[in-house]
Design a binder for this molecule. Structure first.
Ligand code: NAD
Ligand code: GLY
Length: 362
């Protein structure tokens, strides 16, 4: 088992990475001195596989858990579902000391985290992420929230969990496309923060794709360490934390303009990171050898690096980019790389240059 500490003063917490953590959920929660009553929030896919084990583990440790299951998919990240969760928590008489366990991928984590942040003005919660993306990214750092019709993640709160339990065994049932999508965030950590991790990924990609437990443990723990380091320095994204958005300016615009669901998040940010690497080459002199290594690693992982855009779709993509939270003063800002492992944020990029890069990605 590997432990990673997220250093946030009195809101610090531990991320545990290893096998066999789901059956230990109750024992782990018992160390946090929480109330007895709790709710496991999960989705319809994850619930079928893991809810029984989660409830059993909590009950065995003396907790009184109830189960709240939402439909699987991004559509559950909305205010109406938040309200349904509140109603069930109130009906089950969860109180201030009660807690929530978010059992699922990023959708469940963001939703359940937001419910925890706001029910009774905030009750504790524990993240039990079951997708690769959630284990290396969304369960760590306290960004919680839901979508509005106007855009993704437009309502939310920074609210840190009490603990994150990344059980590697849960990844065994993750569909291949979802697993590969999560690799896009893994590769991102190498590009933005750790050239040694990037080189390790180049060497060990076949083992990762086979979901080799030892390789997964090392890589997931390293990604969590990087995220913890960044969040520890800039919890609410006033500066440094923006580097985690490498590839997301174009990536989010791809997701948004193509209708959510066509591209998975990791697929969209794979294209976005390749575009950002090419912009970095042009604007910051990222060596062409490194730009090529970045594109090659995404390709070898089985992720898309190109996108077909007719003029109508290109228009929609630019409109989406301008709506993004990363736009300030009407200017589209990018995270760009100076070299592998070193990026800078808040870089204005002329739209003509973005247009040119997108031409090359056809
Ligand atoms: P997801 O939660 O929708 O999970 C993907 C699919 O896999 C779902 O159908 C789910 O039911 C299924 N699933 C989950 N775990 C499984 C398992 N172990 N076995 C079988 N099936 C399983 O998607 P995701 O990619 O985990 O998360 C995407 C969400 O995360 C987006 O809403 C995104 O905005 C959010 N996100 C948040 C942050 C943050 O910092 N809070 C960061 C990145 C992404
Ligand atoms: N996933 C980006 C962040 O947590 O800031």
């Amino acid at each position: 088992m590997r432990n990673v500490q997220v250093p946030l003063g009195d809101r610090s917490y531990t991320i545990k990475v290893g096998g066999g953590l789901l059956p230990r959920l109750g024992v782990e929660c018992a160390q946090l001195q929480l109330g007895r009553r709790c709710a496991v929030i999960t989705d319809s896919n994850v619930g079928k596989k893991f809810a029984k084990a989660a409830l059993k583990s909590l009950s065995t440790s003396g907790f009184e858990p109830v189960l709240i299951t939402v439909p699987a998919g991004e559509k559950s990240k909305r205010i109406a579902v938040v309200e349904q969760c509140y109603d069930q928590l109130a009906a089950q008489r969860l109180e201030r000391k009660s807690f929530i366990v978010a059992l699922g991928g990023g959708v469940v984590g963001d939703l359940a985290g937001f419910v925890a942040a706001t029910y009774l003005r905030g009750i504790p919660f524990v993240q039990m992420p079951t997708t690769l993306l959630a284990q290396v990214d969304s369960s760590v750092g306290g960004k919680t929230g839901v979508n509005l019709r106007a855009g993704k993640n437009l309502v939310g709160a920074f609210y840190q969990p009490q603990m994150v339990l990344c059980d590697l065994d849960t990844l065994k049932t993750l569909p291949k496309r979802e697993f590969i999508s999560g690799l896009a965030e893994v590769i991102k950590y190498g590009v933005i923060y750790d050239a040694i991790l990037f080189a390790q990924l180049e060497r060990q990609l076949p083992k990762l794709l086979q979901r080799d437990a030892a390789t997964l443990a090392t890589v997931i723990a390293r990604c969590c360490e990087i995220k913890a380091d960044v969040v520890g320095q800039d919890e609410t994204e006033s500066g440094l934390r923006a580097i985690l958005n490498f590839g997301h300016t174009i990536g989010h615009a791809i997701e948004n303009s193509s209708g959510y669901g066509k591209f998975l998040h990791g697929e969209a940010i794979s294209i976005g990171q390749v575009a950002a690497a090419q912009l970095s080459h042009k604007l910051l002199g990222l060596p062409s050898g490194e730009t090529e290594r970045i594109e090659k690693l995404f390709l070898q992982a089985g992720l898309p690096v190109k996108i077909k855009l007719n003029s109508a779709r290109r228009k929609k993509l630019f409109a989406a980019m301008r709506l993004d939270k990363k736009v300030s003063g009407g200017e589209v800002k990018f995270v760009l790389a100076e070299r592998l492992g070193k990026v800078v944020w808040g870089q204005p990029v002329p739209t003509t240059l973005i247009d040119g890069i997108l031409d090359g990605l056809q």
